[in-house]
Design a protein around this ligand. Structure first.
Ligand code: ATP
Length: 545
């Protein structure tokens, strides 16, 4: 049952994540905040609470029964439950209250930052290459000394220490009240004293106390888990911020061998939810005829990627309109539009599946069989990954980043079969940045081979590649163009812009120039400046040779 419940909710969680678009997902409040295991906990906690409540009721019944035959029996029953009830009402514990614990001391915060700098893997390379070991220890000592003995205890300890000792003493005394009552009774009328009754009372009081504590704790945990499940189902109903249309794309009238025609009309864009209030794009307008090759150029931060985000429907304009094949983009179903676009960026990563699947996933509808294998191999050749794959022990079957170990012994394994198994399941291949980009590019070629793509956008996909790899990739993309509209962004655009039907030159979010290479060189403006900076780097190098 546990497996079934967890599986059911895992799928709900995956759907709740996958149905969100980028701007909606970037708002943490829209992301489901629950793990599959927690969903089982709700059910488990409910069953446990039922057991605890019945245990509590039977212990109370026992106390009442024992007290019935005694003098002052009702009073005795009350003092038996006094402590648990007092603790429940006063909630004299940090975890029973709503709280926020935060640090204000700059020295404490600095010592914590230095600690993570020393121990976290992500900083390791830079710390080693910068020989920062001595510096980090020294600075940590300095920050710690400057704390001058200020307590750095965990907040719950500090909270407990801040409570009046009187409260603690009274709480303990309340717990001992039944025993004290018995002691007084024993002195006043020794003939009524029964050691076995005393032992039963004592045991019952402890059980009642622990049952009430467990109910309190489980009550809040059930409540929390139920709220998480509710938020999960609310998440499935979150409305994506990118408006979705009803027209399918491409419609049946679109010519098969023709790319996407795009018209951008007075588009301005500011990242939603960003603290930066500046516009990433300002009043940008241009036309991209179907099947043309476009290169977008501009300095860092000029808005190239933001423009690509608009054209690929990952974000939508703050104002202005984008027409696709003459119709406003938001009238098409977003899903259809995304299917017709192949986007390749430097941020794309390998998925934790085999190398072959990493490529094949570019065309998820491609059916298994020898033809699929041929497509994968052709895509790998075009993406420049054939050589990378050839060097792998298991070729296309090689795993990238799958983490197979679920848990392992805290002690080092001695040499032997167990260690061999551990080494096998924990082994995966690490790829260089350039190799990752070649594999990801192959995925894009696989996507293009599906025949459904009408626009290819390559946003600096070669940043980690050597110049030869970059040249080959762009040439391969140009060769498979076959009517597809192509948009390229690269800082090393020299060899590309000469083939471009249109160059868009951006500066500070504005489109400052557009035209062909010859037209823009003749204009001697921003594009000419950027082009000449690149060209001069090569001529200077060759004049020094
Ligand atoms: N996710 C984001 N949230 C908020 N602002 C962003 C985001 N991405 C980019 N920006 C801002 O938008 C502006 C344009 O950035 P963009 O990434 O489009 O430029 P770019 O020309 O692609 O730069 P680069 O050549 O460095 O890749 C910049 O001022 C940047 O700080």
């Amino acid at each position: 049952m546990r497996t079934r419940i967890k599986l059911h909710f895992k799928k709900v969680i995956m759907r709740a994540h996958l149905c969100l678009d980028l701007p909606t997902y970037s708002n943490a409040a829209n992301r489901p905040n629950i793990k599959g295991s927690r969903t089982w906990n709700v059910f488990h906690d409910l069953v446990r609470s039922t057991a605890v409540v019945s245990s509590l009721l039977s212990h109370i019944a026992l106390i009442l029964e024992l007290a019935r035959g005694e003098r002052g029996g009702s009073f005795f029953s009350v003092i038996c439950v006094a402590k648990p009830i007092y603790m429940y009402i006063t909630k004299d514990d940090m975890w029973s209250n709503k709280f926020i614990a935060y640090a204000t001391s700059p020295n404490f915060l600095r010592s914590r930052d230095l600690l993570s700098l020393a121990i976290e893997q992500k900083y390791k390379q830079e710390v080693l290459s910068g020989s920062l070991e001595g510096y980090i220890i020294n600075e940590f000592d300095k920050a710690h000394t400057a704390l001058k003995g200020t307590s750095d205890e965990f907040p719950a300890e500090a909270y407990r220490a801040s409570r009046s000792p009187f409260v603690g003493i009274c709480t303990s005394l309340l717990g001992d009240l039944p025993l004290m009552y018995y002691a007084v009774n024993a002195i006043m009328s020794p003939e009524t004293l029964s050691i076995s009754a005393l032992a039963i009372h004592q045991q019952t009081v402890v059980s009642i106390h622990s049952a009430i504590t467990r109910i309190t704790q489980q009550g809040s945990s059930i409540n929390k888990n139920l709220n998480h499940i509710k938020s999960l189902y609310d998440g499935l109903n979150v409305r994506n911020s990118i408006p979705d249309g009803t027209f399918s794309y491409p419609d049946c009238e679109s010519p098969k061998k023709k790319g996407m025609a795009i018209s951008v009309r007075d588009v301005s864009f500011r990242y939603p939810g960003s603290s930066d209030t500046r516009f990433a794009l300002k009043n940008v307008s241009f036309d991209i005829p179907a099947s043309s090759l476009v290169v977008i150029v501009g300095a860092n931060g000029s808005g190239k990627s933001s423009l690509v985000n608009m054209l690929t429907r990952l974000h939508y304009p703050t104002s202005g309109t984008i027409l696709v094949d003459g119709k406003p983009m938001n009238e098409y179903r977003s899903r259809d539009l995304r299917r017709a676009v192949a986007l390749l960026t430097q941020d794309h990563v390998l998925f934790p599946v085999s190398v072959g699947e990493n490529i094949a996933i570019g065309d998820p509808d491609c059916e298994d069989g020898p033809e699929k294998m041929e497509h994968i191999q052709a895509a790998a050749r075009l993406g420049g990954a054939a050589e990378v794959i050839r060097k792998l022990d298991q070729g296309l079957e090689e795993m990238t980043e799958r983490e197979e170990t679920l848990c392992s012994s805290p002690f080092p394994l001695p040499p032997g079969p167990l260690k061999e198994i551990a080494e096998r399941v924990e082994r995966y291949t690490e790829f260089s940045g350039g190799e990752v980009q070649r594999l990801v590019a192959s995925r894009t070629f696989m996507r293009i081979s599906s025949g459904k793509v009408k626009l290819v956008v390559a946003d600096e996909p070669t940043s980690a590649m050597d110049p030869e790899g970059e040249y080959e990739l762009f040439e391969a993309l140009r060769k498979v163009q076959d009517g597809i509209t192509m948009i390229f962004i690269t800082h090393r655009f020299g060899h590309l812009t000469k083939h471009a039907d249109l160059i868009l030159c951006l500066k500070d979010g504005e489109l400052v120039e557009s035209g062909t290479h010859c037209e823009l060189i003749a204009r001697d403006g921003e594009y000419s400046k950027l082009y000449n900076i690149q060209a001069s780097a090569f001529t200077e190098v060759s004049s020094h040779l």
